[in-house]
Design a binder for this molecule. Structure first.
Ligand code: NAG
Ligand code: NAG
Ligand code: NAG
Ligand code: NAG
Length: 335
């Protein structure tokens, strides 16, 4: 008997079969735990596993399943339906001002200064975007028509479908009155597919405020982008900017087309979140399951150093368990 920790997955490349069992065991432990225990933040839990040979069950020799890895954006930008890439502005690292890639600036240095600082309301992912708008709607420095701001092309262009709803969520803070236009547009920004303007008085956004609404597109566009623009002078901070299609696989946030294909394979198990990705090149970059559950805005995310990109862990342990890929009931755990 011993306690199970996620570090069982971070051992050096062991025999593949052994690793698979480790993963299944952890998955199963969690299924079991969530059904009988309510987790309370800050409370330590202890899980004991009786792994003695007498309680062992033989693994069926014809058990076919699927192995999913966060590689080449198979998760973020693939199976996971989130459209905004680097939605929390953490991908450029913890030191500010940081690279905001793949966000781009709309306007130039005479109209807007864009950077990052560590003023987010989220303790574990402190980086926020800061936009200092120098131009205005009148006076000597008039903003270009369409305004200035930032845009995000998502993962190589957002696929926006006509009449489908898109759930937009973002956090805003401002030193002044706010008038921000949030739109889905063509890849050059010239053609608007859907748009909403958020306004507020001087006091309304002095503290971070979460805004949520839905956008409906009038057209299909497989290469769209999200724009956040303004023609109002002042400083605006943004954080945790998300655009999620309303229509996802069983409402769990997985892309319907891709998740249906996986389900149609009728896998008897799903191994996730990967091989190299699960353990990382360094332990600090491993997939730590405890940081991939709970409100997505508060997940710290991590560097996927195995495959060279940042993941915000929006597709986390919680989301994987919702797809029912895991048939783990053949393993029995005892207290
Ligand atoms: C900035 O853009 C404006 C057009 O909006 C243009 O008139 C101006 O010359 C540009 N300034 C610089 C420094 O590029
Ligand atoms: C901002 O937050 C502070 C601290 O929570 C609170 O005292 C203040 O009333 C808030 N201001 C507004 C305008 O909501
Ligand atoms: C829009 O895209 C959907 C999904 O790909 C397709 O079924 C539909 O026919 C398209 N509509 C138009 C007007 O192109
Ligand atoms: C998961 O399984 C439960 C019970 O069999 C079922 O009600 C639910 O729809 C399934 N969810 C998914 C996402 O397959």
């Amino acid at each position: 008997a011993g306690s199970v920790q996620m570090s069982t997955m971070a051992v050096p490349r062991a025999h593949a079969g052994h690793r698979l069992r480790c993963v299944l065991a952890v998955v199963c432990a969690l299924c079991w735990a969530s059904s009988s225990v309510r987790f309370v933040a800050g409370q330590a839990g202890q899980l004991s596993v009786d792994a003695s040979p007498q309680t062992a069950r033989k693994m069926p020799d014809k058990m076919f399943g699927i192995f999913f890895e966060e590689i080449n954006h198979a998760g973020a930008g693939g199976l996971w339906a989130e459209l905004v890439s680097n939605r929390g502005f953490e991908a450029g690292g913890p030191n500010t001002p940081s690279n905001i890639e793949p966000w781009f600036i709309i306007g130039n240095e005479s109209s807007i200064i864009v950077g990052t600082d560590r003023t987010s309301c989220f303790e574990r992912n402190p980086v926020a975007l800061r936009m200092e708008v120098l131009c205005g709607s009148k006076g000597t420095n008039v903003c270009p028509s369409g305004g200035v701001g930032v845009y995000n092309p998502g993962y190589w262009g957002m696929n926006i479908e006509r009449r489908k709803g898109y759930k937009v969520s973002l956090h805003i803070r401002s030193s002044d009155a706010v008038s921000l236009t949030i739109s889905l547009t063509s890849s050059d920004g010239l053609h608007k597919l859907a748009s909403r303007t958020i306004t507020g008085g001087k006091k309304q956004f002095t503290n971070w405020t979460k805004i949520q609404f839905r956008l409906y597109s009038s057209q299909n566009n497989t290469n769209s982008r999200l724009q956040i623009t303004t023609t109002k002078t002042g400083v605006v901070w943004l954080d945790q900017v998300s655009v999620m299609p309303s229509d996802t696989y069983m409402g769990h946030g997985f892309r319907k087309d891709l998740a249906s294909m996986l389900a149609n394979l009728k896998p008897q198990f799903l191994k996730f979140p990967g091989g190299n990705y699960a353990m990382g090149q360094y332990l600090r970059n491993a997939f730590h399951w405890g940081e991939t559950v709970g409100p997505w805005e508060e997940r710290p995310g991590h560097v996927n150093d195995a495959w060279g990109y940042w993941t915000d862990d929006g597709l986390g342990f919680f989301e994987f368990l919702q797809v029912n890929g895991t048939q783990t009931h053949s393993l029995t755990l005892k207290h």
